[in-house]
Design a protein around this ligand. Structure first.
Ligand SMILES: [Zn+2]
Ligand SMILES: [Zn+2]
Length: 427
């Protein structure tokens, strides 16, 4: 409103007192009053006497005026600003600005919404993880508590049996003592009699036979102690390992699947690559192009965990393959081709064979890699088996059957000769 009234008063200031329009070609008289050039000339033309100002009536000796460029400029500006065209332009400009701000607003509201959704997802995921971790520990606690209960029960039972035996021994010994005491007294009596009688009778007198006490082996307390001391944590830890889920998969290599250049150890847990082909029977299961080999066991349900020693090898691939992978062709390692794998190249570059490949940056060099396959969730996860840090997880892995997958890769000169091994988990 203030803006409007200011504009109104400016318009009044710039209005000619003769034609009541905005000045057109304004001129200033000596009295400092302004009029349109044509208006003042017309006014003076119509009055034959001395020229005067129509506003203040001051009379002038000559009919002179001066053009006023400053006022002229201001008038032009006001005229232009009040034109319809200008108004439309300004309106358009404001509308555009409004729309831009509205779009910005929508964006920011959307971003806020996304952040709020993220908070929900995070809270939900953390909650689920929290329950999962609790459940896992609960299971470990249960196993440990059960072990503790069993071993304490065994200890108590053994103590009870030993006590029973020892108490029995004591009873027997006490019986022997009292019998012996009577015996001693009896002999003593006879002995006393001999002083004032002949010893002739002694031979015929009944001397009870000596007391027989069954000799018991003495209690081996050290043996008892040893059974329940020792490295208890190791003992229980080893027992606990049998309760771990998923149980470590006792894998071996499947020789029938091995590329002819691969040499497997006798126990089928180590593989090296040779520059010469081995005499092998031909099999549709055998890899023809890539120096690959699969595990002897295949999986279609449950979850499974195994560890692979890669030591100081400079090149390797390992993970999980669909049983149906094309073994005759040379194929790119990717989930679309049935491979969910990790690979090492050039001694230090670790990659997950996702599409596209993902470069990994483990905190330390990988010497032993843990592979977790969860058939139900379609998940293949990799860990540094030396400290169990997580490396990468594939989701939506789908196959009728999954096989553990290994590749020594072709020798990198002499650098890559170290065999790749399947580790059988022991404590
Ligand atoms: Zn005028
Ligand atoms: Zn005047």
């Amino acid at each position: 409103m203030a803006g409007q009234s200011q504009e109104q008063s400016l318009r009044e200031e710039l209005t000619c007192a003769i034609c009541y329009e905005l000045f057109s070609d304004p001129v200033m008289l000596e009295c400092m009053h302004h009029f349109c050039r044509a208006c003042i000339q017309g006014y003076w033309g119509r009055c034959p006497r001395v020229a005067s100002c129509p506003q203040c009536r001051r009379e002038f000796s000559s009919r002179t005026f001066r053009p006023h460029y400053l006022v002229s400029g201001v008038v032009e500006k006001v005229r232009k600003c009040s034109s319809e065209d200008h108004k439309r332009k300004m309106q358009k400009h404001l509308e555009n600005a409004l729309q831009a701000r509205q779009r910005e607003m929508e964006n920011i509201v959307q971003m806020k919404h996304t952040a709020e959704e993220d908070i929900c997802s995070l809270t939900k995921a953390s909650g689920e993880l929290n329950s999962k971790i609790r459940a896992e520990f609960e299971r470990l606690h249960q196993i440990l508590e059960e072990k503790e209960r069993v071993v304490l029960m065994e200890l108590a039972k053994e103590e009870e049996q030993l006590l029973l035996r020892l108490r029995g021994d004591i009873m027997q010994l006490e019986e022997g003592i009292s019998e012996l005491r009577e015996n001693i007294e009896h002999i003593q009596e006879i002995l006393n009699k001999t002083e004032d009688s002949l010893l002739l009778e002694v031979e015929s007198m009944a001397i009870r036979p000596p007391v027989r006490v069954r000799a018991q082996p003495s209690l081996d307390i050290e043996c008892h102690r040893e059974r329940y001391s020792g490295p208890l944590q190791y003992i229980f830890w080893r027992q606990m390992l049998q309760s771990i889920h998923p149980a470590p998969a006792p894998l071996t290599f499947d020789p029938e699947s091995a590329h002819p250049n691969l040499i497997l150890s006798k126990d089928l847990t180590a593989v090296t690559e040779s520059d010469r082909r081995q005499p092998v029977c031909s099999s549709p299961k055998r890899f023809q192009q890539c120096v690959n080999v699969l595990g002897s066991e295949t999986f279609d349900s449950g979850s499974h965990y195994w560890e692979v020693w890669v030591g100081s090898k400079t090149k390797w691939d390992l993970g999980v393959a669909a049983e149906s992978v094309d073994r005759a062709a040379k194929v790119k390692l990717c989930p679309e081709n049935g491979y969910w794998a990790l690979r090492l190249r050039n001694g230090t570059e670790y990659w997950a064979t996702a599409t596209p490949w993902v470069r990994l940056a483990p905190r330390s060099c990988l010497r032993k890699v843990g592979v977790l396959l969860d058939c139900r969730e379609g998940k293949v996860a990799f860990y540094n088996a030396e400290d169990m840090t997580h490396l990468f997880t594939f989701h939506q892995a789908a196959a009728r059957r999954f096989c553990p997958f290994f590749s020594t890769c072709f020798s990198d000169g002499k650098l890559n000769v170290e065999p790749m091994r399947i580790c059988h988990l022991t404590l």
